[in-house]
Write a new protein. Structure first.
Length: 391
């Protein structure tokens, strides 16, 4: 299809009613995604859920194939799950830790991941260590190299943090972890769909992501990549009759590949919609999407920096489509509320969800652009900003 902004906007009904700059929360879906979900729900209502699933089996399999193309991996390395947190948790809780083991992570780690890390450390006696940031505010590769040794059992990195626009150097992490033989879990929740992702080039062993953000898929969808070389060594935290086969009264066999991390019941319509969303993104082209998003985010940062009393908070050598800022004397929640009243969607990223990051001292407004956004919508945001309070 190529990146035709006008066509993308025509394919997106929400563009007619709102300036949607909350793509890091959940993007506006293309009509093709919505139509695919509705069509399957209608099929279920007419013939029954099991029967509709059987008829649509090829469409669900297409989603595995689409995600595999997106990540440049094999279809048996993909598990479809209900959200990115479940994907990340299934990978993380399948690993074994013992007293003295070390888990290395970053200051950018999201609250759900951090809580899970601390939970397992408390339960097993493992230790969580937060890597230093470099002068750009991103993961310090030199510090990672210094800390990697035989006691490190996992490196867990958030590719793009929820509370800022930086892109962590994932491929450089992958080079180090592969050389050290340490599993590398990458949270790509905010990067998949706005950046090209090739798991072989990055060198991650595990990757979790969602459908609802920059992929423009339905809510309640996510996926997990598990490298074939690692999958058979992992024990999922729970099993059912889909992830394992009951082979004898007191015996079972775990499913091969990534599907051992799935459960039998799921939202078939949403899975189909996810596949349509991934195909749509691939049709546009991830390299073209990245260029467009970078261009719009740079424009947004420039325009915001020109506003009196507005401070852009992003840091990092490489920046993406997430832009965070504050307005002097006005709470970020109030700013987001006033913007929404003016027809501009943003969100608020809270300091409480970023406790590993010493820079996260206040709640910030988060505006996140996508390729279907326009310069006019950025102007709309800037015009609608409340006037900073006088100090």
């Amino acid at each position: 299809m190529g990146l035709d902004v006008e066509r993308a906007r025509q394919d997106t009904p929400g563009c007619l009613t709102v300036a949607h700059l909350n793509n890091a929360g959940a993007s506006l879906q293309p009509s093709a995604v919505t139509n695919a979900v509705i069509a399957h729900l209608q099929l279920e209502s007419k013939m029954g859920g099991y029967e509709a699933a059987a008829r649509a089996a090829a469409n669900v399999e297409n989603t595995y194939a689409a995600v595999a193309r997106l990540l440049s991996c094999a279809t048996n390395e993909i598990a479809l799950v209900e959200n990115a947190t479940r994907a990340w948790d299934m990978a993380f809780y399948s690993m074994t830790f013992a007293p003295g083991d070390r888990i290395l992570t970053t200051s950018a780690e999201y609250a759900s991941n951090a809580i899970a890390l601390l939970h397992v450390a408390q339960r097993t006696g493992a230790r969580v260590e937060v890597l230093n940031d470099d002068e750009h505010g991103q993961l310090d590769i030199a510090d990672l190299a210094r800390r990697l040794d035989h006691s490190v059992k996992l490196v867990a990195v958030t590719h793009v943090p929820t509370h800022g626009g930086l892109v962590n150097p994932a491929a450089e992490v992958g080079k180090l972890t592969r050389a050290a033989g340490v599993p590398f879990l990458l949270d790509a929740c905010q990067s998949v769909g706005q950046l090209p992702i090739n798991v072989a080039e990055i060198g991650c062993d595990l990757l979790s992501a969602t459908g609802r953000k920059f992929l423009r898929g339905p809510r309640g969808t996510g996926f997990l990549y598990v490298a074939t070389s690692l999958a058979e060594k992992l024990q999922p935290p729970f099993l059912d009759l889909h992830s394992a086969t009951w082979t004898a009264p007191y015996c079972y066999t775990i499913a091969p590949g990534a599907r051992r991390f799935e459960t039998w019941e799921g939202n078939v319509a949403a899975k189909i919609g996810l596949g349509v969303a991934v195909d749509y993104a691939l049709g546009v082209g991830l390299e073209a999407i990245e260029r467009r998003v970078t261009e719009l985010s740079e424009l947004l940062r420039t325009r915001l920096s020109e506003q009196d009393g507005v401070t852009v908070k992003d840091h990092g050598e490489t920046l993406c489509g997430i832009v965070t800022f504050s307005v002097d004397g006005i709470s970020s929640a109030d700013v987001a509320t006033q913007l929404r009243a003016a027809g501009v969607n943003t969100s608020v990223t809270t300091a409480a969800n970023s406790r590993f990051d010493p820079r996260a001292t206040q709640d910030l407004v988060r505006a996140s652009v996508h390729y279907y956004n326009t310069a006019e919508e950025i102007d709309q945001l800037c015009i609608a900003l409340p006037v900073a309070a006088q100090t």
